[in-house]
Design a protein around this ligand. Structure first.
Ligand code: GLU
Length: 618
């Protein structure tokens, strides 16, 4: 959430130590140097409650990577019965975006990551906004000055610039020569009290290795100084800037300590800064929290996903793509985390139960196909359980349908039902394909238009399957399909349900419907005859479903046929079936597909129903 921290002598010609933390290359090599040396982490959780925090800077919005960081911290706290804190790291006031903090809170709330302590809720270790803690950082910086672990540096920007330029020209890494470290404390105090511009630097005693929860032992075990042919050179990071405000490093360490944070889960881009933080903890004689760095998110071509890329801003997923919070949270959880469950589909509650620290090393490739898989799975879950999220989905689909189609023309379909009442069962029936409201409406457009635009009917291929007798599967005559379809019109309104239709279709004798076009009944051996009958029934049903789908929805995928008929209602279904019959009745054709309407002439639909076989109402 924050740009690279400012380095000691950041200038154009090289990248300062801290800024390097933000380059993919640095993170990669950090990963590499740690992962080469270390074995797999076992994911073991702490035995005591963890206090974790998410510490975004309001210089940007929540994006996929930071959502994942927040989520892992949240889950670690929940799983261990600890607390999850939200801390706003707004030390860089110049880059703070107005409204960003509110958006961050809103987005975390949307994702369901409620913090136990932090802005809006308060807590015993507040304030939770760094801009309100400046005095605390100053006190701590002065404490380090008094015990010799920090010193005031009065070097002018020009001097530092010259030093930096020389080092750069000599191809040397940046560093400070500690000119001001040798000032007596009297002189230092006096110059400061006269208002001379200065910063406070840590007198670093080297940067120790540390044990990372993900990467194992890591760091470079850097000594306190390097001797090169220009001078002794030190990585003495600035703690307090010349305006008296803390740098990220000081504020971060002081806050994690004073807020009693036990575990810090953050992106690998911060890994190169961690040894410096440990040095700071050492200087204060504090024990550091445990650190776990989560790998970078990269796209399929290995490029870092960036918050500057609007595609991964949370609002993009939520507002533009209609992703459900459960789906996005589930998706973020799977980015670089592994579990031993059979399925990847988890609600936040479930994640809270099963979370561990099995975080993978190395970059995590983000494949968005998985997001849509999870979205469908969660939509299906909500459709099954109902509740406020499902109701919200219903109102979004209703709105999308209203925007896309002249709903006023749907009177004959709605038959007095309010649109949401019509949408809800449709959503329940086809939630397994739900991506977002407008795509759902588009996929199921046949439900929202009174006139279907059907392409000419094409039967399913009849060449592939074969009967057990070895001959080709017989073509299903259209008349047999008409007969079966016509039977639906005999189902009375009060029996008009998916259940009735499913039962009727399954008990319809498809083999008999085919018997005059096949040689099935001629099989000599009874078992063979039975097998042939089953195969013929299957062939018929397959064709019948295909035909009914074409008749009812123009062939578009969507809910099952029985559900489709229930949702459309009796009148609309019967109307569509009749339209389909007319479209596929070719009076001039003899034989084959268009063998004429097999509906027996002179049959009174309200009287003799024996021709319907098992489809006849009981
Ligand atoms: N403010 C830092 C960021 O936005 C947090 C780093 C950390 O978690 O320590 O990335």
């Amino acid at each position: 959430m924050r740009r690279a921290p400012q380095g000691l002598f950041a200038r154009r010609s090289w990248i300062c130590v801290q800024c390097r933390a933000h380059s993919v290359a640095a993170a990669r090599s950090a990963n590499l140097s740690a992962s080469k040396k270390n074995k797999k982490n076992n994911g073991k959780l702490p035995d005591t409650p963890a206090r974790t925090r998410f510490a975004p800077s309001p210089t940007g919005y929540l994006h996929l990577g930071s959502l994942r960081t927040a989520l892992f911290n949240y889950l670690l706290a929940r799983k261990t019965g600890g607390q999850f804190l939200l801390r706003i790291e707004d030390t860089d006031q110049k880059r703070t975006i107005p409204g960003a903090e509110e958006r961050l809170c809103e987005d975390l709330n949307w994702a369901g990551l409620q913090w136990d302590e932090g802005p809006t809720v308060g807590g015993p270790y507040g304030p939770y906004r760094q801009s309100e803690r400046t005095a605390l950082y100053r006190t701590h910086a002065h404490e380090l000055i008094s015990n010799g672990h920090a010193y005031r540096c009065f070097c002018s920007p020009e001097r530092l610039d010259t030093l930096a330029r020389h080092r750069s020209q000599a191809g040397l890494p940046p560093g400070y020569d500690r000119t001001c470290a040798d000032l007596s404390s009297e002189e230092s105090e006096e110059r400061a009290s006269k208002g001379e511009t200065h910063v406070v630097r840590l007198k670093a005693d080297g940067y120790p290795m540390f044990e990372d929860l993900v990467y194992g032992k890591t760091g470079q075990n850097r000594q306190k100084h390097k001797v090169d042919f220009i001078d002794r050179i030190y990585d003495d990071p600035i703690l307090l800037k010349s305006d008296g405000h803390p740098t990220y490093h000081l504020a971060n360490v002081v806050d994690d300590h004073t807020m009693k944070i036990t575990h810090v889960i953050r992106g690998t881009e911060w890994m190169p800064s961690t040894p410096m933080h440990i040095a700071l903890y050492d200087a204060f004689k504090w024990s550091p929290p445990k650190f776990g760095h989560v790998p970078l998110l990269v796209d399929k071509s290995g490029q870092k996903l960036s918050k500057r890329n609007a595609d991964i801003d949370i609002s993009f997923f939520r507002d533009k793509q209609g992703v459900l919070p459960a789906s996005l949270v589930n998706f973020a959880a799977l980015l670089g985390w592994s579990h031993t469950q059979k399925s990847d589909i988890f609600s936040l509650d479930e994640l809270e139960q099963i979370f561990n620290l099995k975080i993978t090393k190395g970059n995590t490739v983000v494949a968005f196909e998985k997001l849509w898989f999870l979205q469908k799975a969660h939509a299906q879950r909500y459709a099954t359980t109902g509740g406020p999220v499902f109701e919200d989905m219903v109102s979004k689909v209703t709105e999308a349908a209203n925007n896309a189609y002249p709903i006023t023309e749907l009177g004959s379909i709605l038959q007095g039902r309010a649109l949401p009442e019509y949408v809800a069962p449709l959503l329940r029936a086809d939630a397994k394909s739900y991506t977002n409201a407008s795509e759902f409406v588009e996929r199921n457009r046949s439900f929202f238009t009174p006139t279907l635009d059907r392409a000419p009917y094409t039967p399913t291929s009849s060449k592939n399957a074969s009967t057990t007798s070895g001959s080709e599967t017989p073509t299903v005559p259209i008349s047999a399909l008409h007969t079966a379809a016509a039977a639906f019109s005999l189902v009375p309104e009060f029996h008009w349900s998916a259940e009735t239709h499913r039962f009727n279709i399954s008990s319809y004798d498809g083999a008999s419907a085919l018997s005059d076009t096949s040689s099935l009944s001629e099989a000599a051996i009874p078992e063979e005859a039975e097998k042939a009958r089953i195969a013929a029934d299957k062939t018929f049903k397959k064709e019948l479903y295909h035909y009914l789908r074409w008749a009812l929805s123009g062939g578009a995928p969507g809910p099952g046929i029985p559900e489709t008929m229930e949702i459309l209602g009796r009148a609309e279904s019967v109307k569509r079936l009749e339209e389909a019959r007319q479209l596929t009745t070719d009076k001039n054709s003899k034989g084959g597909l268009f063998r004429g309407n097999r509906r027996p002439k002179g049959v009174d639909l309200d009287g003799d129903r024996s021709w319907m076989g098992s489809l006849a109402p009981q």
